[in-house]
Each structure stands twice: as structure tokens, then as C-alpha cells.
Design a protein. Structure first.
Length: 230
């Protein structure tokens, strides 16, 4: 249990105070990194992705740190009707299996949809769930399903600008959209977004991401040329 610590959270829906565990930062040691920032870890015991979502055991309302803590009267009523009314007490605050973590994500996704959470927050949920399916479950079908949901929400965030209130720069957002499109086989869309990164007016502030976008752009172009000549 040395790698875990307990954190108290007060549910924004029912005001119930509960504890959930997280992994201490010094135990988080990624083995590899993918181009969309997905990391693999040595074991489930040190995988922070499994503990990204917090679930209220009393009412079932699930959140991440990125969720707004403000609930409108309409959202509050919808959560009580669609989640709390059908919920049976369950504690997600202990050590999680992969299946338990996936269920927590799906609860947070449902909570976020009902609450009408920001698109960039929903995109983060979909993307991290795709990472779990990629690195732990090895389920390419489910990975692609959630990557598609993620990129749709990232594009919505870009069009509405809701990412500006979160810890997400425009360059990182554009890069992620391009990378996910590339993973989904949407080369034209990927090139378009990578070009937006390369030509961005603030490109000097995030040179590493701009270089990554340029590398990815070259890779796609080279692959397309090779395919055309084969």
C-alpha cells in the first residue's frame, strides 16, 4: 500500500464526503510514451490512469479533477433522476481492477454528459479510456471507438474555445487532434491540424510540440508517397 494515498472528496451532487485512493507521484514511472501522450506503466498497481476518476459511493456521481464543481439546478435534477435514483451503494475508493476502473470512467462519462461538462473535459475522459484499452486491455476496437469520441470532443472544444478555461494550450489541442486523426487513418485531417500547429502564431513558445507536429506531418507525407508508388 506504500504507493497509494487517500484523498477526501466532497460530492458536488449529494454533499457526501468520501475517500478515494490515488498513486503517489514518486511511484509513477512510465515505461514508454506514445505520440498522443499515452504512457505505459510497469503494473496496474502503479498505473495512475486507473485512479483518474472519483466516484461518490453514496449517489454514483463520478468526476475528475477537471470537472467544474458547479451544478445548475437542471443538472442537479438530472443527476438525481438518471444516476442517483438507480444507484446502489458501491465503494470505488479502494484498489481497483482494470474492469472497475473502466466502469468508473463510464460513470464519469455518463455524469459528464448529463451535467453538460465542457467538451475538452469529456475529450480527456474518452482519450484516457482509449489509452487503457490500448495499453492494458489490448482492445483495438474499443480503443478506436473512444479515440473517435475523443477527437470529436476536442474539435468541438476548438470551435467553441472552452479549452481556454482549462490547462490546455491551443497548440497542444491542435496537435492532439492531428495525432488522433492520424491514428484513426484520417490522413487529410491529420495533416490539416499539424499544419495549424506548425504555422501557429505562438509556435515559438511550444517548440517541442511544433517539432513533434512537423515530424508527424513528414511521416504521414512519406507514407502517402510510398503507398502511391507501391
Amino acid at each position: 500500500m506504500d504507493q497509494y494515498y487517500s484523498r477526501e472528496i466532497t460530492c458536488d451532487n449529494c454533499n457526501h464526503a468520501y475517500n478515494t485512493i490515488k498513486i503517489k507521484s514518486r511511484f509513477i514511472r512510465p515505461l514508454t510514451h506514445d505520440t498522443d501522450f499515452c504512457s505505459t506503466y510497469h503494473s496496474e498497481e502503479t498505473n495512475p490512469l486507473l485512479y483518474y476518476v472519483s466516484v461518490c459511493p453514496q449517489c454514483g456521481y463520478a468526476v475528475t479533477d477537471e470537472f467544474s464543481n458547479k451544478l445548475t439546478a437542471e443538472s442537479h435534477s438530472a443527476i438525481r433522476t438518471k444516476i442517483q435514483k438507480h444507484w446502489q451503494y458501491k465503494d470505488y475508493g479502494m484498489i481497483r481492477s482494470v474492469n472497475t476502473a473502466i466502469n468508473a470512467y463510464k460513470l464519469a462519462i455518463y455524469s459528464g454528459i448529463i451535467k453538460k461538462e465542457a467538451a475538452v473535459v469529456m475529450a480527456g475522459l474518452y482519450l484516457r479510456l482509449a489509452w487503457i484499452y490500448r495499453t492494458v486491455e489490448k482492445n483495438a476496437t474499443q480503443e478506436k471507438r473512444f479515440l473517435k469520441l475523443a477527437v470529436d470532443q476536442f474539435e468541438l472544444s476548438y470551435s467553441t474555445g472552452d479549452f481556454e478555461d482549462k490547462a490546455m494550450s491551443e497548440i497542444k489541442l491542435l496537435y492532439l487532434i492531428g495525432d488522433i486523426h492520424s491514428r484513426l487513418g484520417n490522413e487529410r485531417q491529420a495533416i490539416r491540424y499539424f499544419q495549424l500547429v506548425i504555422q501557429h502564431k505562438k509556435k515559438e513558445k511550444e517548440k517541442l510540440l511544433v517539432d513533434k507536429a512537423r515530424d508527424r506531418w513528414y511521416e504521414i507525407r512519406a507514407a502517402s508517397k510510398l503507398q502511391a508508388t507501391s
